[in-house]
Design a protein around this ligand. Structure first.
Ligand code: NAD
Length: 269
């Protein structure tokens, strides 16, 4: 695959990407792996994960590891982080991409659906963030005499919001609530993790051509494209390149607590 950054930009680093079996997460993981990172691919289905790993392998410098887990399940998340540390010794990056939709208007929305959407996005982002810190980054901070880490090691989190968090979207009261929460979680985490030397940012994509959008009626998809200033929906690689740039401390080393609006002008912040 085409390199976006300098060769080996993430050599020696381990990055966890959730929702990595397909769509945007898969493309991000492939991009980070192509720049030298050891990837840990997290998703629900072991079969799809194995396919993703095999498809990624020719682009990767280091063979990706797969980890079947539900990001909304505390025990699963604890186990993924523990096994990652056992296998690799350190975690540099976390990209919280896993997501679901259960679209319907508020009057038709079941409480179970509302809770399921919140759980994957908000609980999942929180659990991964907490566990990487509890099991790895906080102990490093303590070992440093509770002083800020200034060891020059790249550490970052990129979370996933959506254009609909700011603009609202009919049928998505749960999804927009979750994405709004993720933007707030990003800011608080940036403040709390500064001492760990971790940069924490989020991206808020506009419509992207993935399996998530495949279920949307074609007329609606076309209308989404027309609603952007550039007049089209995005490819997953257009999100992956932004995440790779944010992950690179040589490019975004002075940037934390931000939400990047990658939506071709659909929402003008
Ligand atoms: N596609 C878009 O238009 C769009 C727009 C804005 C934001 N986003 C966000 O980007 C992210 C990726 O979206 P996508 O379009 O690639 O979606 P997708 O449906 O194509 O892929 C999502 C992946 O997350 C996994 N996943 C879902 N629930 C999980 C769980 N509980 N535990 C582990 N893995 C789980 C799925 O199995 C799937 O592989 C999501 O957070 C989504 O909300 C997407």
């Amino acid at each position: 695959m085409e390199k976006i950054l300098r060769d080996g930009a993430f050599t020696g680093e381990t990055h966890i990407v959730t929702g990595a079996a397909q769509g945007i997460g898969n493309c991000i993981a492939t991009t980070l792996a192509a720049h030298g990172a050891q990837l840990v691919l997290v998703d629900l289905d072991e079969g799809r994960l194995a396919e993703a790993r095999d498809a990624m392998a020719p682009h990767a410098t280091v063979k990706p590891i797969i980890a079947k887990a539900n990001v909304a399940d505390e025990d699963d998340v604890k186990a993924v982080v523990a096994s990652t540390l056992e296998a690799t010794g350190a975690i540099s990056g976390l990209v919280n991409v896993a997501g679901i939709t259960r679209d319907s208007r508020i009057t038709k929305k079941s409480f179970d659906d509302f809770k399921a959407v919140l759980a994957v996005h908000v609980h999942g982002t929180f659990l991964l963030t907490r566990e990487v810190a509890v099991q790895h980054w906080h102990p490093l901070f303590k070992a440093n005499g509770n002083q800020p880490l200034t060891d020059g090691v790249n550490r970052f989190i990129v979370n996933f919001s959506s254009v609909s968090a700011r603009a609202g979207n009919v049928g998505q009261v749960d999804y927009t609530a979750a994405k709004g929460a993720i933007e707030s979680v990003t800011k608080t985490t940036a403040r709390e993790f500064a001492g760990y030397g971790v940069r924490v940012n989020a991206i808020a994509p506009g419509p992207v051509d993935t399996p998530m959008l495949a279920g949307v009626d074609e007329n609606v998809r076309n209308a989404m494209g027309r609603a952007t200033v550039l007049g089209r929906i995005a490819q997953p690689s257009e999100m992956a390149s932004v995440v790779a740039a944010i992950a690179d401390p040589k490019l975004f080393g002075y940037c934390t607590g931000q939400v990047f609006h990658i939506n071709a002008g659909m929402y003008l912040a």
